[in-house]
Design a protein around this ligand. Sequence first.
Ligand code: NDP
Ligand code: 8X3
Length: 257
Amino acid sequence: MSSTSNKIAFITGASAGIGAACAEVFAREGYNLLLAARRVDRIEELAARLHAAYGIDTHLLSLDVRDADAVFSSVENLPAAWKKIDVLVNNAGLSQGLDPIHEGDIGDWDRMIDTNIKGLLYVTRAVSPGMAARQSGHIINVGSIAGKQVYANGGVYCATKFAVDALSQGMRIDLLDKGIKVTAIHPGMVETEFSEVRFKGDKTRAKSVYLNLEPLVAEDIAEAVWFTASRPKHVNINDMLIMPTAQANATTVVRNK
Ligand code: NDP
Ligand code: 8X3
């Protein structure tokens, strides 16, 4: 490996938005990167750019986090040099639809629950035993303001992010004597592909979410993730809620006229 730090960060959902921005920041800080996503062409492009810019090494995983077998075999079959994962950023996630509960699409519910809850659990279950054996590691889960407050028509997405909050608290207890830090990062509105994915490619509707206000950008969250990852050994940031200045809570924003 060419990086000087020899530390490894495993970032899920690295092909876009917050995950890609985290990859950039960890690369800047000299980490070698395990990058996972379904869109491999995107992580290939990112890996080449980060190698050229920062001289770090990458190992790419074409991975759907909903596929438990694929998650476990990908981690089990990592080359020896990539097995010692220092930081896991459980970022892969999505929202699908914005519908009242009596009209919700069951396929949407399954995709959100399978990705945001079960996928995060599979990756954590695959990676955490190695960290526990080494008595060292940091798991950073990307939750949401939607994991703190429920909003209309978003009940199922919010439930998945409440689950991320609960799982983060549970992991922190279970992994306390294993030398593993657990952090939950809860962003408010971040302009990424998130809303386009939620509205299934409807770019106009996605854009309207951020109309006349200044949302966060993915880099804002990546810098916060890095802040938590770079604290001294005796310091753990349990929980961080980060909003655009124009957003007070899940449902209250101020827009310029
Ligand atoms: P993007 O849509 O820009 O990125 C989502 C990432 O997740 C992509 O890299 C995508 O990769 C990956 N992903 C989705 N489903 C899967 C899957 N089944 N297997 C593997 N990877 C998957 O959105 P964001 O960057 O905004 O979202 C990142 C995280 O931040 C999510 O957990 C989201 O819930 C959370 N969040 C986002 C907020 C926002 O306002 N944007 C606010 C609060 C939280 P690919 O499609 O290539 O597999
Ligand atoms: C994404 C932010 O407010 O759309 O988690 O749920 S929100």
